[in-house]
Design a protein around this ligand. Structure first.
Ligand code: C5P
Length: 237
């Protein structure tokens, strides 16, 4: 990782890895989360449609539970060029499976299927930053709640300065070299950029978008439904 950020890395295809193999325990639905419909379309379908609508994506690889490969293929195949592979137990296992299935690409985005309403313009902005020479790019939003650290008994041990905190979204974008190096040791991070940070690579934040929220709980699902049917207006940045 000697190369510094800078101009000159603009060419080359963009492959998106879409982790969609989670069980979605917190959502409490009967099927794995990415297959739960929002406004009549499974989250995975909405996420892939958004990626294709961005106009900046060359290939999409979707990682799903083994028993849902056929279902996923039927869902996303019309939106070629999309491939479906089997994911893993943890999200990092799923991303690693997608990376193994991918060919030579200049850039990778990793984008949660659960961020089904992500505006195509945000996807395009992440790719533009990569093409401008940044090796790792993540969308970020200011944190609205005060955040505290606690010990195992739940007693507060600290209050980080909220002004320095950001909530990180996807798509997260990387050069192929950086993402593959990060996944050589994919333990112990809750996002892909967390692995990249350990390499000493600068991770650039850009303005995220409220509509890129991750559908995690039943309340999130209600919000997503309301956004799609127009009863909740969430302004895209
Ligand atoms: O569980 P969480 O909401 O953080 O998952 C984020 C994304 O990662 C979801 O789209 C989920 O389907 C995916 N995932 C995966 N493989 C896992 C766990 C989560 O692809 N083993």
């Amino acid at each position: 990782m000697h190369e510094k950020d800078g101009p000159g890395r603009s060419a080359g295809p963009v492959t998106v890895l879409v982790p969609a193999a989670g069980r979605g325990v917190r959502l409490g639905a009967d099927e794995p989360k990415a297959f739960v419909p929002v406004g009549g379309t499974p989250m995975l379908g909405l996420a892939v449609n958004g990626l294709m609508a961005s106009g900046v994506v060359d290939e999409i690889i979707v990682m799903v539970p083994a028993e849902l490969v056929d279902t996923a293929t039927a869902l996303v195949a019309p939106a070629a060029p999309v491939r479906v592979v089997v994911g893993g137990v943890e999200r990092t296992d799923s991303v690693r499976a997608g990376l193994a299935a991918a060919g030579d690409s200049a850039y990778f985005l990793v984008h949660d299927a659960a961020r089904a309403l992500t505006p195509p313009a945000l996807i395009a902005r992440v790719v533009a930053e990569l093409r401008a020479g940044h090796r790792a790019v993540v969308p970020a939003l200011p944190v609205v709640d005060t955040v505290k650290t606690v010990d195992s008994a739940g007693t507060v041990t600290g209050t980080p300065d909220r002004g320095a905190l950001r909530a990180i979204q996807t798509p997260q974008g990387f050069t192929a070299e950086v993402l593959r190096a990060a996944y050589a040791h994919p333990e112990g991070a809750t996002d892909d950029a967390g692995l990249v940070e350990r390499l000493g690579v600068a991770v650039r934040t850009i303005a995220g978008d409220p509509l890129a929220f991750k559908i995690t709980t039943p309340l999130d699902l209600h919000l997503a439904e309301a956004v799609l049917d127009g009863t909740a207006a969430v302004r895209s940045c």
